[in-house]
Design a protein around this ligand. Structure first.
Ligand code: NAG
Ligand code: NAG
Ligand code: NAG
Ligand code: NAG
Ligand code: NAG
Ligand code: NAG
Ligand code: NAG
Ligand code: NAG
Length: 458
């Protein structure tokens, strides 16, 4: 179906190569050392300690985690917060969370501390924790939604009673070496910084309490630190070509190609569906991937579905290939110049993101509550889909040169690998007329069927 002449194609390929080189250069310049995300330049997780009262040998503080990232949630098994004490501090008690290890408290005789570790790690309590151990915004198993999706689910807090720490803002030393171990690696935290002390609303929201001393820690995410391979990839198709551009081979690295399973594998019947043991909850379940040529956990399919006079329509599907993971509150971020004129999104929520105020080319899609906010484990139900209608800007809209395909795609905050631009579905008779109405209609019918196949097969 590609009728381009050789020279044209060569030119095109050359232009593409130049572009790829340029993009690669940009990526090298901006990534990995500084964990900077161009689509969420100020995205961070802030941890704030507010000392609310002094005790006989220390203090009582409220520690609050804010997931200020626009679209990256902290999934099951949730956050783990670690630090190193500056002196010989101990934790007398924690409400709404707990230290993972008590450590050596042998020298305490009368009252035994909750943890004597020099570098304690604290985790949230699980939902349903006893009432007398709870604290405001606690007990969600460490799961935080992104700020963009749901700010009220993006905050987690616990109360900590610290001893042997000094009992005034002159003698307390800030903990060091903060670590946010989430559901995996990827976050790095800066040093704690004293900030103007915060005023905190009481639970009933009728009274403001002034902290006696506050400090902040800012942690940022780097996909490169998290994993050297992407975890998702993008495939493309369009109504004007029967070519499907699949994900690049080994897009997510082929190290797992001997542990993946085929759809009809016995392991699936035996193990994947068996309920997880209680002790597994705190561990990230080992992924069990379906064998594909890309070996990604997730594939995003972008199908250019219709081209009307004033509008155009895209169908988006997200397919899960991990038999051991349900994605709750998943998010999909797309960058495309026409997202400034989204007219309708059929069965996802849509929120424009404006990382740089003047450029409205990025947006977040996420599931409708109780309808498709859960992307189920690999299998017949392991996909979600929707359509997007966009109003054309006559000056920029074109079907040529892959303009109608996304520039960047992120699933759950991790960038997905796009196919190389020279493999995009090409317009037939590139540069000439568009297909006539009849062929359009015929292809429409074919592609509706075809899309179904794309989702279920590839
Ligand atoms: C963290 O995110 C918040 C909210 O977007 C922002 O106000 C703050 O400046 C960020 N902090 C840093 C250090 O980037
Ligand atoms: C310590 O507390 C005193 C009195 O409460 C206050 O005046 C001072 O600014 C505080 N210093 C710091 C570093 O917070
Ligand atoms: C400290 O964190 C809070 C978030 O709770 C934020 O509002 C405040 O701006 C932060 N301060 C600094 C100096 O980063
Ligand atoms: C699996 O990956 C290795 C390299 O990691 C490669 O040599 C081998 O050909 C791959 N096998 C398949 C079936 O893709
Ligand atoms: C099922 O899981 C158990 C323990 O996780 C493992 O020992 C066993 O080999 C698995 N069965 C199959 C067929 O992989
Ligand atoms: C995914 O969710 C479904 C429905 O809630 C549940 O039956 C299934 O066990 C879950 N799978 C995993 C791997 O947690
Ligand atoms: C960004 O685009 C959306 C539609 O996609 C529109 O609703 C919104 O008003 C735009 N925002 C700005 C600041 O242009
Ligand atoms: C065709 C059309 O409606 N274009 C609009 C797209 O959105 C930008 C900004 O959001 C408007 O300035 C255009 O007029």
């Amino acid at each position: 179906m590609e009728f381009e002449s050789g020279t044209q194609k060569q030119k095109g390929t050359f232009a593409c190569l130049k572009m790829v080189a340029l993009i690669a250069l940009c990526l090298i310049l901006i990534s990995p050392a500084e964990s900077f995300d161009p689509l969420d330049p100020t995205g961070n997780v802030t941890i704030r300690w507010d000392i609310m009262s002094w005790t006989s040998d220390g203090y009582l503080a409220t520690v609050t985690l804010f997931n200020f990232q626009l679209y990256r949630n902290i999934m099951n098994p949730g956050w783990t917060l670690g630090w190193t004490w500056a002196k010989k501090e101990i934790i007398w008690a924690v409400m709404g969370a707990q230290a993972t290890e008590q450590g050596d408290c042998a020298k305490f005789k009368l009252k035994i501390p909750h943890s004597c570790k020099r570098n304690p790690q604290v985790v949230d309590l699980l939902p349903g924790a006893p009432f007398n151990m709870q604290f405001t915004n606690c007990c969600r198993g460490g799961v935080l939604t992104s700020w963009g999706q749901n700010p009220s689910g993006a905050v987690s807090a616990f109360q900590i009673g610290v001893g042997l720490s000094g009992t005034s803002n002159k003698t307390v030393k800030l903990p060091k070496n903060f670590k946010l171990l989430g559901p995996g690696p990827g976050y790095s935290c800066g040093p704690a910084k004293i900030v103007p002390s915060t005023a905190i609303l009481t639970d009933d929201r009728r009274r403001k309490m002034q902290a006696l001393m506050s400090w902040n820690v800012t942690c940022t995410y780097s996909q490169f630190l998290a994993s050297k391979n992407p975890s998702c990839c993008v495939s493309l198709s369009s109504f004007y070509s029967d070519k499907v551009t699949g994900c690049p081979p080994c897009a997510c690295g082929c190290q797992n190609n001997n542990t993946c399973v085929t759809k009809d594998s016995k392991i699936l019947q035996e193990n994947a569906t068996s309920p997880h043991r209680k002790s597994d909850i705190t561990l990230t379940p080992k992924p069990l991937l379906q064998c594909t040529h890309h070996l990604c956990h997730v594939r995003v399919h972008w199908h250019l579905k219709d081209n009307y006079k004033d509008y155009w329509r895209v169908k988006i599907a997200i397919i899960n290939f991990n038999y051991r993971l349900n994605f709750t509150d998943w998010s999909l971020v797309v960058q495309h110049p026409n997202l400034n004129n989204v007219t309708q999104v059929y069965s996802f929520e849509y929120m424009p993101l404006l990382p740089y105020e003047s450029i409205n080319d990025t947006g977040m899609f996420y599931g409708l509550k109780y309808y498709n906010d859960l992307l189920m484990e690999a299998g017949p139900k392991g996909n979600v889909q929707s359509e997007v209608l966009m109003k054309k800007d006559k000056n920029t809209f074109t079907l040529k040169q892959g303009w109608a395909f996304p520039r960047r795609v992120y699933f759950n905050g991790d960038e997905c690998m796009l196919p190389p631009p020279d493999s995009y579905p090409m317009l037939p008779n590139s540069g000439h007329k568009l297909p006539t109405t009849i062929t359009l209609m015929a292809t429409y019918v074919v592609f509706t069927l075809f899309f179904h196949l794309v989702v279920t097969l590839f």
